[in-house]
Each structure stands twice: as C-alpha cells, then as structure tokens.
Design a protein around this ligand. Structure first.
Ligand code: AMP
Ligand code: MG
Length: 325
C-alpha cells in the first residue's frame, strides 16, 4: 500500500479512529500519532519506528485541561509552566492516572504530556479528548523529520497516511521537564530554554548530569545521519581542519565562517548566526549531507546558552553515533 500525503484533517481523523498510526505535523518535528487509548494503534507506532517497548511516548492533547486529566497530583509548577508555554514546545512529566495505557508510559508510573501549537494538529486533537500518543516520525535513533517528505522518505510504506502541515517552524524536539520532582528536573533540552523556565520558576532547574538517571529513550546515540559527525569549537576550527589525516580530507564543514583549505576537499555550508534558525535547519543539514554523500561532517558547536543547549545535545548524540560505528 503506497503512502498517502494529505492536508485533510478529516481524513487523518478517520484513519486514527480506525486504529491506524498516522504521521502528523507539529511545530517541533513530525510525530507518528496513534489514539492514546487504542492498543492496536500504540503497537503500530512501536512497530513502525522500530522503537524498543521500554521507551515511553508523549501524549499530545488539545489543551491543558485534557492534558492534566491524564495526570495525578499535578503540582502548581506544572500548571504555571503550562499557562506560560502551552500551546508550545514543552513536555511535562506527571504522575499518571490509572487509565493511561502502560504501553504509552512503558510501564512507568508517570506520563509525559504536551499541548502542541500546530493548527492542523490542534484541529485533529479536538476529536481525541484522551490525546494522541506520538513520538517523532523517524526510525529509531535516526534524524527526526521536519517535513512530510522526510517522513515519507524515512518510513516509506510502513506508514499509510501523512498529514502534511508544511515544514516545522521549530525543527527540534520539545523541552522535557519532570514535574514529579521538586525542584523540577530538565530531562531534555529543547526550544523552550532553561533560562526562560528558571525565570518563571524563580529558582534554578535541576539538570541531569552524566551520572544522573536518563529519561528513558534519551539514549546517547540518536538523531544520527549516515555521515560521521565531528564537533569542534569555533576557535579550534582551523586547527581541527589543519590536523585532518589524508583519509579524512573529504569533508563538509558547517560553521559560521569558512576555514582555509590547504589541499583538502572541503565544502562549506554556513551556519545561521541565529540559534532559532540553526535549530530549524539542523536536521535538514544532516539530511542534505547524507543526500550529497559526504562521508564526514565537521560542525561548529553553538554557544551553550538558550536554544544553543538543545542544538548541542542533538549534535553530541549524532557525533556519538559516529564514534560507536
Ligand atoms: P520522541 O517523541 O521521539 O522525542 O520521544 C519521546 C521522549 O519523551 C522519550 O525519549 C522519553 O525520553 C520522553 N518521555 C516520554 N514519557 C516519559 C516519562 N513518563 N518519563 C520520562 N520521559 C518520558
Ligand atoms: Mg525521537
């Protein structure tokens, strides 16, 4: 059965009502959605992605009232964060109500919820008061999709319907905050920045360090293109290029300024100065690098502030994949 790309919310709703998994647009990345109360749909999501069953899914809801209905003992801090950032790219982890499927939560006592802002998906969510469970619509550990065409390319005929809402405005995954802990803990950096959250809370957010428990699914290898990704600092860029061995000399460099080539086969793509634009384009860069057949990509890390943190997180995971190969 060929994959169909549609702009019809009614068509997507009908397929979801029938228990199918459907790819949907969100402002962050495309999701692979299923009715959060339908075990057949949930099983299809794990199957299509090739995702291990112990990685929980985020439930997307039309508004905070619906989202908080899935949670138990919802703390004030979660309500404050929701009031400020929803609809938007922020996911909150709460203690779950018993009716939330253990398939969604991977058997944990907590559920992750989010209210997305994409207009087509908001129309769709009106029809699913118990929410749509949706991880990113890519195969496990691969680069997240930010257009309907990326989804079709990655999932092929595994997915029968893609709701096309255009290119994603934000381009990287949501920020995830665990609100079951006090103070709340940042589980994944994203477009909503630590600085913004701390300003709202009035105190520092706890963060996971290397020794901390990772959020399930936050494996060290993720977001990985075929090309080997190497990272460097801007001040180290020229030295890094100068030190390349003969075998490494065919290289794509993604950086704010071009390095000087001294006999290497260098291609240079300019990184946007603006972090938000970098975030929007990062997965596209990785896909274009693969499409062009570059074996290696050297990327200059952005500064570790604001959205820069989320970009660094994705780049480091892509680079870990290169090392693990
Ligand atoms: P994805 O939608 O592909 O970005 O993956 C969803 C991410 O949400 C997973 O990788 C988990 O890290 C996180 N997540 C979902 N549910 C929970 C939960 N109950 N507790 C902690 N993290 C969660
Ligand atoms: Mg993902």
């Amino acid at each position: 059965m060929a994959t169909q790309i549609t702009t019809s919310v009614a068509e997507a709703a009908a397929a979801l009502q029938a228990g199918q998994a459907v790819a949907i647009p969100t402002e962050t990345v495309y999701g692979l959605a299923g009715d959060a109360t339908n075990e057949q749909a949930l099983a299809a999501i794990f199957e299509i992605k090739g995702r291990p069953r112990n990685h929980p899914l985020i439930v997307h809801c039309v508004d905070a009232v619906s989202a908080f209905r899935l949670g138990r003992d919802v703390p004030h801090v979660a309500r404050n964060l929701a009031a400020r950032f929803w609809p938007g790219p922020l996911t909150l982890v709460l203690y779950k109500q018993p009716q939330v499927s253990a398939t969604v939560t991977a058997g944990q006592g907590t559920v992750a919820v989010r209210v997305p802002s994409h207009p087509l998906t908001r129309q769709l969510l009106e029809q699913f008061p118990a929410g749509l469970a949706a991880p990113s619509a890519n195969r496990y550990t691969k680069v997240s999709p930010t257009t309907a065409q990326h989804v079709a390319h990655d999932l092929g005929e595994r997915v029968s319907l893609i709701l096309d809402g255009g290119p994603c405005e934000i381009g990287i995954e949501s920020t995830i905050i665990d609100c079951t802990q006090d103070p709340p803990v940042l589980l994944r950096a994203g477009y909503v920045t630590v600085e913004e959250i701390e300003a709202l809370l009035g105190h520092p957010l706890m963060m996971l360090n290397a020794a901390g428990t990772l959020s399930p699914g936050q494996q060290a290898i993720h977001y990985a293109p075929k090309a080997q990704v190497f990272l460097t600092e801007l001040v180290e860029l020229q030295r890094t290029v100068d030190r390349l061995t003969a075998a490494e000399r065919t290289l794509l460099v993604i950086s704010p300024v071009a390095p000087i080539a001294r006999g290497e086969q260098l291609t240079w793509w300019r990184i946007p100065e603006d972090h938000a634009e970098f975030a929007r384009r990062i997965y596209g860069f990785m896909r274009e690098a693969d499409a062009a057949g570059f074996p290696r990509v050297l990327i200059v890390r952005p500064e570790s502030i604001g959205i820069g943190r989320a970009i660094i997180d994705r780049l480091e995971k892509a680079a870990n994949a290169a090392e693990a190969r």
